[in-house]
Design a protein around this ligand. Structure first.
Ligand code: SF4
Length: 467
């Protein structure tokens, strides 16, 4: 009997990508064999995101494409879209099974069952997708799927370690709390083992990630917190660099800026979602801070780590956002000195409180505000990159590139600046280097090796999804 072949397509954030690693591990422990393409897979898993309408549309399109290009394959939809709207997903004629977050560990059994039923029971005229789903709202954290910090995700040479999942916040635009359930964290010991194993494998930089990272540890027994975890990770022998992914401003401990000031191993890079610079809109979003509070955090980081990169997410066109609110947001983003801005156009999501708010903004106005804020974002990023000129930045090499013609090596500075450097002999991915910045090339920098040699030789290139 030939092995059952699977292929996973992942949508959305790093937390979801980490879930994909766990799904792959489970499938392979049930004798499924990985296929690098959907074209020759027996079962294709779509691990979905549902943050926007577009996320859902991407999933629908992918399911149609799989059916068109590999009509024999079974299609299983898992992840956040499956969790948010199981019936809606199951109604898609191209979908064979829907698996919510709480049933993720049963996915190999479900995949097995639908593969077997193909030959025996299928009625080609009737569509009925199997649904395995339990609502996560109100489920106590200890009954939710545990956070697995060993389900690593690799972005080139940089592994991401998921240490936290779920969220208890009431942000009115967000579906995450309803699809991922209550906030919960991986135990400190497990996180330390996971990070240690990555260091042991030779990875220079490690990134820790979560849905609401700043709440890390609150429900552990005994309780812990992000600052004490970061201190422990920084003390690990052999760690090159630790980077923190997004931290909500309402849960940002200023002590992280102190740690970054004192310890060069903590990347001077902070991503703090602002969402709006208008207090009126922040209130409607039920974000528990105001623009001046956010400004204080940024000032503190700047004071302690002047070279830090500070980035953000902003939603434009939230219900009730007036031209004045939008201008306040754009002006605040400039005056507070943000280095990069991810711009999101508001899209109503079923099951969110924002959907029921009055004064939804005309989509054409949303589009126009998005365009204007993108222009601010581009200028902020260019200014950040220009400030790096003539500096020597510590960086980690990521991958060879030939984007601008000549072969080069792409690297990422500790402060998140992307840098291209000449592909000199012996330069490999995952090396710690010092790069003197010579010019800005559009949205990235160019630099030369300072001293001409990589600073370490611990490189063990790695890519793809580790298991
Ligand atoms: S903090 Fe707000 S935006 Fe972030 S995941 Fe929780 S509810 Fe969503």
């Amino acid at each position: 009997m030939s092995p059952k072949r699977y292929h996973v397509m992942t949508f959305g954030c790093r937390v979801n990508q980490s879930d994909t690693t766990a799904i792959m591990n489970d499938l392979e422990s049930h004798a499924f064999e990985r296929s690098s393409t959907h074209l020759d897979a027996d079962v294709v898993i779509l691990n979905t995101c549902t943050v926007t309408h577009r996320s859902d549309a991407d999933v629908r399109k992918a399911a149609q494409r799989i059916r068109r290009e590999n009509p024999e394959a079974k299609v299983v939809v898992a992840g956040c879209f499956a969790q948010r709207a199981p019936e809606q997903v199951a109604a898609l004629p191209t979908v064979d099974a829907v698996v919510g977050h709480a049933h993720r560990s049963q996915l190999p059994i479900i995949a097995d069952e639908i593969l077997t039923s193909t030959s025996n029971e299928e009625d080609a005229t009737a569509h009925s997708a199997r649904i395995a789903h339990t609502t996560l709202e109100g489920v106590p954290p200890e009954s939710l799927p545990a956070v697995n910090p060993h389900a690593f995700v690799f972005e080139r040479t940089r592994p991401f370690v998921k240490i936290q999942d779920g969220c208890d916040a009431p942000c009115t635009y967000c579906v995450i709390p309803s699809v991922r359930g209550a906030a919960r964290s991986a135990p400190v010991g497990e996180v330390m083992t996971a990070v240690s194993s990555l260091i042991e494998q030779g990875h220079f930089e490690v990134v820790v990630a979560g849905v609401h990272l700043g709440t890390y540890g609150a429900r552990l027994d005994p309780p812990s917190d992000l600052v004490s975890l970061v201190k422990q990770i920084l003390a690990l022998d052999g760690l090159g660099r630790l980077r923190l992914s997004c931290i909500e401003p309402m849960a940002f401990p200023l002590a992280l800026a102190d740690l970054a000031a004192e310890n060069a191993k903590l990347a001077p890079h902070f991503h703090l979602p602002l969402q709006s610079g208008s207090d009126r809109i922040l209130k409607r979003m039920v974000r528990p801070y105001r623009a001046r509070d956010y400004g204080r955090i940024v000032s503190y980081i700047r004071e302690r780590v002047p070279s830090a990169c500070i980035g953000t997410d902003i939603i434009v066109g939230f219900p009730g956002e007036t031209e004045e609110d939008f201008r306040a947001t754009a002006a605040f983003a400039e005056s507070v000195g943000l280095d990069y801005i991810h711009v999101f156009s508001y899209s109503p999501r079923e099951g969110t409180a924002a959907m029921r708010l009055p004064a939804h903004v005309d989509p054409r106005i949303v589009k126009e505000r998005s365009r204007r804020l993108h222009a601010v974002a581009e200028a902020r990023w260019a200014a950040f990159l220009d400030r790096q000129l003539d500096r020597t930045l510590p960086a980690v090499t990521l991958a060879p590139s030939s984007k601008n013609g000549a072969p080069s090596m792409l690297a990422l500075a500790d402060n998140y600046a992307p840098i291209e450097t000449e592909l000199s002999a012996g330069l490999m991915p995952n090396q710690s280097v010092a790069l003197r910045i010579t010019e800005r090339r559009g949205t990235i920098l160019a630099g030369v090796l300072a001293g001409g040699y990589p600073l370490n030789s611990r490189a063990r290139p790695s890519s793809g999804v580790a298991r």
